[in-house]
Ligand binder design. Structure first.
Ligand SMILES: NC(=O)c1ccc[n+]([C@@H]2O[C@H](COP(=O)([O-])OP(=O)(O)OC[C@H]3O[C@@H](n4cnc5c(N)ncnc54)[C@H](OP(=O)(O)O)[C@@H]3O)[C@@H](O)[C@H]2O)c1
Length: 303
């Protein structure tokens, strides 16, 4: 059985399905996990647990053969208070007394030693280091920004983005990241590595959002604002996580993405899709795009 900490999140759910397709029995863990079987996926079941609680975490991991950790709080790494690193260190301690075949950790393509001190990279970097020195069989997956996060930039039929956002990013389809995770747990011999999982095209966030809106939300206008105006508007109006998005954009602009090697997709013989193909697939499969990033744990067949 593979246990997914963060299995109720958008990437966790896709990973659960990818693992189930490969014949694994899968346990998804999150505070909102429901014990009800997933529609269409009887081999996936949920265990509600708060990772901050060590006893609850230990219970959630009981009986696992391998484990994946992908904890987050929306666009921001879940580490404002060191939570993600603490949770991973506890997982590692439990792993030392277990016989897991693999412990995978979801990091990000903008995390590396150079930016280790930046507040939005520190937690991931410290977690990676804890895993590298743990003595457990591990794989760190540094994925690009998921295409599934694009709807979160849309608010009241507008996308607001800072102008002169010049860095390019390889947006990655969640399904491809999930496929990579499921391959790693299946193969079992790709171990003790840090692998990148990035989509095939390097695009600025603005051109990605224009492509996304053109393909899937044609009524949405993409508007560039000066950095100061974006920060000001984040303080006054916008959705609850708008400030997070603005800090995240500022951070990405500063650090950019690390080089894409070693590439997990190439290693596993996978071909990741580009944004155009992802939009096409979404337009055929879903009319309700607000649902792409929905935390609705009952409607799992829509992803
Ligand atoms: N999305 C991206 O673009 C992206 C890019 C690079 C890397 N990543 C990494 O990929 C991983 C998954 O990202 P995501 O976008 O799928 O995140 P997400 O949708 O926000 O999901 C976060 C997961 O963490 C769980 N979680 C948070 N706090 C918890 C707690 N106290 N106890 C138990 N579970 C908790 C949530 O479960 P409950 O809400 O049920 O508690 C949920 O399952 C993260 O590690 C993230 O940093 C994401």
């Amino acid at each position: 059985m593979v246990t997914l900490l963060g299995g109720t999140g958008i990437l966790g759910r896709l990973s659960a399905i990818a693992l189930a397709k490969r014949g694994f029995s899968v346990r998804v863990v999150g505070r909102h996990a429901s014990a009800r079987p997933w529609p269409a996926w009887p081999q996936i079941h949920g265990v509600a647990a708060d990772i901050r609680n060590p006893a609850s975490l230990a219970r959630a991991l009981q009986g696992s053969h391998s484990v994946h950790v992908g904890l987050a709080n929306g666009l921001m790494p879940a580490n404002e208070d060191g939570f993600e690193t603490q949770a991973l260190k506890r997982v590692i301690e439990i792993g030392k007394h277990s016989n897991w075949s693999c412990l995978t950790f979801h990091s990000a393509s903008w995390v590396n030693q150079t930016h280790a001190g930046q507040p939005l990279a520190r937690g991931k970097w410290e977690s990676e280091e804890a895993l590298r020195w743990s003595g457990l069989p591990f794989v760190i997956i540094r994925s690009g920004l998921a295409m599934e996060t694009l709807p979160r930039f849309v608010y009241q039929n507008r996308v607001r983005i800072m102008n002169r956002h010049a860095q390019t990013f390889r947006l990655t389809a969640g399904k491809d990241i999930a496929a990579l995770i499921s391959h790693i747990h299946t193969e079992g011999d790709i171990l003790d590595k840090t692998l990148y999982a990035c989509g095939p095209e390097a695009l600025t966030l603005k051109s990605s959002l224009i492509r996304y809106c053109t393909g899937l939300q044609p009524l949405v206008k993409v508007k560039s604002l000066p950095r100061w105006l974006l920060a000001w508007s984040a303080g006054r109006r916008g959705p609850a996580d708008w400030r997070d998005i603005v800090s995240f954009l500022n951070f990405l602009e500063k650090v950019g993405e690390a080089p894409n090697q070693p590439d997990g997709f190439t290693l596993m013989g996978l071909t990741p899709m580009n944004l155009h193909a992802w939009c096409k697939e979404k337009s055929q499969s879903s009319k309700d795009l607000s649902g792409l990033y929905r935390r609705d744990h009952s409607n799992l067949t829509s992803i």
